[in-house]
Design a protein around this ligand. Structure first.
Ligand code: C5P
Length: 236
């Protein structure tokens, strides 16, 4: 799996995604989320893999263990490099997800990596306490979910940059910390609450960054990507 910034292909059609990708000359690490996948289905993943890109299939599954396990068995056949579930689904669900991936991976192939979503980066502490009735800090909840994902032998978590260091301390440096909420300047948050720049993400302990609008909505996406890549690699 590459370590370059993961570009969130938050488009509603495959042709918009291909149009966006056409000026890029290198192979990339891209993220297909529910917006694109629910319109285009497995074909989009096959095609992106054929084009030479690494694919994070960000479907954030959350259901009973059997259903998630069976769904993951099917997803393993698509060739995605990274998939995810919500940690809030519980340890049994996360174990079923990983086992489903293992069962669906052809002999001799490596199973896709699997990470757990902790608290969405759009969630504030106040919202979490009021709406989810979780009476701790965001960081406390995220680290708890990370430890739960680790006990289920998942490969890492999606978290905000602000929690990455504590997760490394709790779960070890090999445990992935994939962080969205990346902005070129701290002020430009859109709907994300917990944001950071690519340099800060590296310094604060992200293992991978996910970048959507800062690249996809840029006037020159290739240039924006190059800038973010440089910032990300500066402190490697
Ligand atoms: O445009 P922006 O950079 O905010 O996009 C971030 C991407 O990361 C989106 O595709 C969003 O769905 C995803 N994501 C997130 N927070 C999470 C998990 C995924 O923002 N906790």
């Amino acid at each position: 799996m590459k370590n370059s910034p993961i570009i969130a292909l938050d488009f509603s059609t495959a042709s918009d995604a291909y149009h966006f990708l056409s000026p890029f000359e290198q192979s990339l690490f891209v993220k297909v989320g529910m917006e694109l996948y629910l319109q285009e289905g497995p074909a989009i993943v096959y095609k992106l893999k054929e084009m030479g890109h690494d694919v994070f299939l960000d479907l954030k599954l959350h259901d009973i263990p059997n259903t998630v396990g069976q769904a993951m068995k099917g997803l393993a056949r698509l060739g995605a490099d990274l998939v995810n579930v919500h940690a809030a689904g519980g340890a049994a669900m996360m174990i079923a997800a990983r086992e489903g991936l293992e069962a669906g991976t052809a002999a001799g192939n490596t199973r896709p990596s699997i990470i757990a979503v902790t608290q969405l980066t759009s969630t504030s502490e106040q919202q979490m306490q009021k709406e989810q009735l979780i009476q701790t800090t965001i960081e406390g909840s995220v680290v708890h979910y990370a430890e739960l994902a680790k006990t289920a032998a998942l490969d890492g978590v999606v978290c905000s940059v602000l929690e990455a260091k504590r997760i490394t301390d709790a779960c070890g440096p090999e445990f992935l910390r994939v962080t969205p909420g990346i902005r070129l300047a701290e002020g430009d948050a859109h709907d994300q609450v917990r944001v950071a720049t690519p340099n800060n993400a590296r310094i604060l302990g992200s293992s991978h960054i996910v970048v959507g609008r800062a690249i996809t909505k840029a006037e020159n996406p290739v240039k924006a990507y190059e800038t973010i890549l440089k910032m990300w690699e500066e402190n490697a």
